[in-house]
Structure formats: structure tokens, C-alpha cells
Design a protein. Structure first.
Length: 95
């Protein structure tokens, strides 16, 4: 599994910038994505994919320990949908 540190190091090398600059850019990109999602906007990167904020409705569940009903509150979640170009590249590499 790659970490943020690995991605920042590789990005700095590819863009020929310092690690500090790459780290700041990385943080700024993800903060921008977060802000747009919280504002109800979809975020799309052509050929890569897109992020969309979904609301999972409140519902009733069951406590598995004792079988009593439990109210599960509404939640927000992020869905990522892969772009066609990335999907094609991944599928080509896996064959």
C-alpha cells in the first residue's frame, strides 16, 4: 500500500519540485476536493474518475449482542467512480 508520503515523493520527483512544495500542493488539492464535496458539488478528473457525495438514509438496525432495535442515523459518504481511461489502463495491465 502506498502512503501519502510515497505519493508526495513520487510527485515531487515527476514535477521536479521540492518535497515541501509537493506536500503543500497535495494537501491543497485534497482540501479543495473536500470543500467542493461538502458544498454539494461533484468533483471530476477527466480520464481518471470522479467523486460524488451521497447521503445514506437513516434506518433501523438490530444490536447483534441482544437483538434490540437501534436507530442508525443518516450519514454522508463519498463515492468514487472510475473514469474510462483509467479503467482501460488498469484492465489492460491486469491481463
Amino acid at each position: 500500500m502506498k502512503t501519502k508520503e510515497d505519493i508526495v515523493k513520487n510527485s515531487a520527483k515527476l514535477a521536479n519540485v521540492t518535497l515541501d512544495t509537493a506536500d503543500k500542493v497535495f494537501d491543497a488539492i485534497f482540501e479543495s476536493i473536500r470543500q467542493e464535496l461538502l458544498a454539494g458539488e461533484e468533483v471530476s478528473f477527466r480520464r481518471f474518475g470522479g467523486f460524488k457525495l451521497l447521503t445514506r438514509s437513516a434506518r433501523m438496525g438490530v444490536d447483534p449482542r441482544n437483538g434490540t432495535p437501534v436507530a442508525i442515523p443518516e450519514k454522508l459518504r463519498v463515492k468514487f467512480q472510475i473514469g474510462k481511461t483509467l479503467a482501460a489502463a488498469l484492465n489492460k495491465e491486469s491481463k
